[in-house]
Every structure is written in C-alpha cells, then in structure tokens.
Write a protein that binds this ligand. Structure first.
Ligand SMILES: [Zn+2]
Ligand SMILES: [Zn+2]
Length: 344
C-alpha cells in the first residue's frame, strides 16, 4: 500500500499517488478496442484529399501536410460583440482568434506514430511556421497546438490531424507554467524545466527516450498513468526556436514515444497531446521551456480514467498508478511499430 503526495512543480499542486488502488474492482467506462483495419481513403471523410467539407469547400488533392481554417471555429478574428451580461458584476467579450486544422497525411489510416521520421520532421516545421505566423498577429496572445486522438477523447474521425487555437487570451495551464518558470528563473537563475530534466536524468527510472538534444520521460509527478513529456534539452520558449538538428532529434524521441504507446496494447493509443509554448503577447518568456505533454485517458486497454471527486470536485489529481512502474512498462516495449512487426 502506498499513499503518497508528489509535488507538481509546473502546476504548483499536489498529486496524490495511490498505486494500490489499481486492482480495486472496476466500475468505470469500458472503451471498445478498435479492431478493424481502415482504408487509405474514405469517401465521406471531411479530411481526405479531394473531399467536400460541410462548409462547401473542397480539400485539394494534397500529398503531404495540409493546413486549413476550421469550418466550425470556436473563435473568429471578426467575432461580433458579446451580448452584455445582465449583471454589471459579470464580464464578457468577443472570442477573437483563429482556429486551424492540420492534416498530417493524405492517408486516412495512418497515425502520427506511423509517419516516417521525415514526415514527423516536416510536421514539426509546419508547427514552427504556424506558431510564428499566428503568434505574430497583434490580437493573438497565445497559440495552442494540440492533437486529440481516439474515441476515448471524443474523436470519431481517425484521419491523422491536429488543431490550432490562436486566441486573444492565454490558456490557464500555460499562464501558470509561464508564471512559475519566470519566478523560478528570477529566484534561482535556472530554468525550472531544466531542473525537472536534471532530476529525471539523475533518477533515470522514468526516462522513455533520449538523444543528443531531446528527452522523453514519464514525470515523477505524473497525473495520468501513461503521461509523458517530450522536450528539447535546451530552454526555448517555443518550437520555432529549435534548429534543424534539434527538430530531427526531437522527432526521433517523439516517434519512439508514439510507437511505444501504440505497442502497449497493440492498438492506436488515445491521448490529448498539447504543445506547451510561451504566450505571444510580447512579454519576455526566456524562462519558458517548450515541451509536448501527452495526457492519455486510459489506464488499461479498455479502461478510462474517470475524473471525479478529487479531480473535478477538488482540482487535484489522484493517480491510481506508480509512475515508476508505468515508465518501466513503456521502456520494455519495442521501438518498432506493432503493425510493421506483423508484416515482417
Ligand atoms: Zn480521411
Ligand atoms: Zn507543460
């Protein structure tokens, strides 16, 4: 039996680790494991090349990466004025921003894990361009690039893609990370994220992949069973600052993590994958350390981690698993994708 609290230095909150709870009788939701093989092209997929989207626009017959403005944006650059609240105490304003979709590949049946190293590098270069372009707009304070993958996180279309929200405000998690990173740097003269990387390197038990300039680890303070951070070793406020060599190294480490995720249960592994990058509101963010976070919702092949009393009710996570054990599981997996293993 272990009951432990681990400090999450980026969120500044405790994570309760109660690893013995994993074997308790399960009464949560059971997710179906996708079994059937998908075709390369699906006529009614709104992301496949050449297809008509609901907006009436057609996708070009794209052959690599394809970026377009979201047909159902949650924000708009010309958002109309908000209806004034009835009470003077409340505030409202137009949701000004841009929202885009990035198709990773014309092939409907691939996942990010199955793209070639070169294709992942190209995607990272597109993310660099998008961050720079959208972040330079005067009304945009922050660019959130993220992928939701799998039905477990509400995505019914498996066509490999991510989304970009460029907003007139900074998302809470980023605001918090920026604030604690800045304070830590001012007080200690060191990057907070560098301290985390160093702590993970000294311990070593939770490192999933590492090369010259990039590292992936399941953090000591993980909130989800298979939470993994991927980061360059140097502190850069955003992905656009990485050199070509660093992009290549980062892609390699990212691909290793993605393959291990898919290999874990021999199925496309569901996750929410945000890029955490500094806001673009003109402040000095030199202490902000760009990284990717994976928040996978499943604890077991079919078992969703429900967010309940502690998480939704109280705002802190209760983790049912040991980060060291989960990291060891990922470390033991092959770096060759299971679909390729079967073919050879
Ligand atoms: Zn498709
Ligand atoms: Zn983060």
């Amino acid at each position: 039996m272990t009951w432990e609290e681990r400090w999450h230095p980026l969120r500044e909150e405790w994570v309760i680790v109660a690893a013995h709870r994993q074997e308790r009788p399960w009464s949560g939701e059971v997710i179906a494991v996708p079994g059937k093989e998908l075709p390369e092209y699906v006529p009614d997929c709104f992301l496949c090349p050449g297809n008509l989207r609901v907006s009436g626009k057609s996708n070009p017959h794209y052959e690599e990466i394809y970026v377009f403005d979201n047909d159902h944006p949650s924000v708009a650059i010309d958002a109309s004025a908000a209806e004034p609240p009835y009470s003077e105490f409340y505030k409202a304003r137009p949701a000004a921003g841009l929202s885009r979709v990035v198709c990773y590949s014309p092939k409907h049946n691939l996942t990010l894990a199955e793209l070639s190293l070169l294709e992942i590098q190209n995607l990272l270069c597109v993310w660099q361009e998008q961050y720079t372009e959208l972040g330079s707009l005067p009304e945009i304070e922050h660019v959130l690039i993220f992928e939701n993958k799998g039905e477990a996180v509400g995505v019914s279309n498996p066509h490999p893609h991510c989304q970009i929200y460029a907003n007139n405000f900074v998302f809470k998690t980023i605001e918090n990370e920026a604030r604690v990173s800045e304070r830590h740097f001012a007080e200690n003269g060191r990057s907070l994220f560098q301290e985390i990387i160093q702590a993970e390197q000294i311990d070593g038990r939770r490192i999933i992949a590492e090369n010259d300039s990039a590292i992936a680890f399941l953090p000591y303070f993980a909130r989800y069973a298979y939470e993994v951070f991927v980061a360059p070793k140097e502190t850069y406020p955003n992905i656009a600052k990485l050199s070509l060599k660093e992009i290549a190294d980062f892609s390699e480490v990212l691909k290793t993590v993605l393959i291990k995720f898919d290999n874990l249960w021999q199925m496309p592994f569901p996750y929410v994958m945000p890029l955490h990058q500094a806001p673009t509101n003109g402040h000095d963010y030199r202490a902000f350390h760009f990284h990717i976070e994976f928040h996978p919702p499943l604890r077991k092949p079919n078992l969703l981690k429900y967010l309940a009393g502690p998480e939704i009710g109280g705002g802190n996570f209760l983790s049912d698993t040991s980060p060291e054990e989960k990291a060891a599981e990922l470390q033991a997996l092959s770096t060759t994708h299971y679909k390729l293993e079967v073919k050879t």
